[in-house]
Design a protein around this ligand. Structure first.
Ligand SMILES: [Zn+2]
Ligand SMILES: [Zn+2]
Ligand SMILES: [Zn+2]
Length: 277
């Protein structure tokens, strides 16, 4: 399984474009790995979320999205659900897809994701709806995309809809893809334990940094979650931990935060990072 982090920042990106906080000022000077575009990730041939930065992410990471026809959404926040680009994908004139098996974009999401897409599509007279198929997904009901099995788990995030995180298995390795979310709901932890799932890679939300968690996690919640997973034997000594969706909120620039979380055995993701398991 190849996990390609195309964007690894919080909702407003880092540096946040209208922000004058010290961390954003520093990042504008330092650039490099400190720059974080909005979060989305390619797992083999499946895109998880489509960020507002997807155009430049594809250029920078040499990704050809015309080859990708499965889009899985975690929730409907605008840093994950880029409806503008979905409309371009559904326009014949904007996206010429020659391979017949790639013609239809298969989109997976909850009701709010479907409503968000349909609302924008309704205003676009050029969209060809036969180029899209929507699959409604819900917590604890697995679905398959090619060789990948996705099991949606309930997140603690955007509480007016069923925000989801995912267990992703390819038959050899298992990934927990967990952003956006705060501390996991009990039913999610129970499910992991009852299903006896063992993760090779755990990718966690760390939006809050050194601040207390809310509907996102910070370092403290990341450490606690690892402890819970250890106690229920859902991880092994070889499990790798990545922290993702980091924001400017706590005032530490990514290279400082990277050092801090490194002491805990975590790796802070950065745009363009590719992990093979
Ligand atoms: Zn987000
Ligand atoms: Zn800032
Ligand atoms: Zn969100």
């Amino acid at each position: 399984m190849e996990i390609r982090y195309l964007g690894t920042g919080g909702a407003e990106g880092f540096p946040s474009i209208f922000c004058q906080c010290e961390a954003c000022r520093k990042v504008r000077m330092l650039l490099g790995k400190n720059v974080k575009t909005r979060s989305c990730t390619l797992v083999d041939e499946v895109m998880i979320d489509l960020s507002p930065d997807i155009f430049s992410q594809c250029i920078n990471s040499h990704v050809d999205l015309s080859e990708v026809n499965h889009l899985v959404f975690t929730h409907s926040h605008s840093d994950h659900l880029n409806t503008t680009e979905i409309c371009f994908r559904l326009r014949e004139m904007a996206s010429v897809i020659q391979k017949k098996d790639k013609k239809v974009m298969e989109i997976y999401g909850n009701d709010a994701v479907r409503d968000g897409i349909m609302e924008i599509i309704a205003k676009d007279p050029h969209v060809d709806l036969t180029r899209m198929r929507f699959h409604r997904i819900q917590k604890f009901e697995p679905f398959r995309i090619g060789h990948l099995k996705f099991t949606p788990l309930k997140a603690y995030h955007k509480l007016d809809e069923e925000a989801l995180i995912f267990v992703i298995e390819d038959g050899r390795s298992t990934l927990l893809y967990a952003n956006d979310t705060g501390v996991f709901p009990e039913e999610t932890l129970d499910f992991i334990e009852q299903q006896n799932i063992k993760f090779d890679v755990v990718s966690m939300d760390t939006c809050r940094g050194i601040l207390d968690g809310d509907t996102h996690m910070g370092i403290r919640e990341n450490v606690e979650l690892r402890e819970k997973l250890r106690r229920m034997h859902a991880v092994t000594p070889n499990t790798e931990y990545y922290l993702n969706h980091y924001s400017h909120m706590c005032g530490m620039i990514p290279q400082e935060y990277e050092r801090l979380v490194g002491h805990e055995g975590f790796l802070l993701t950065y745009d363009g990072l590719s992990v093979t398991v």
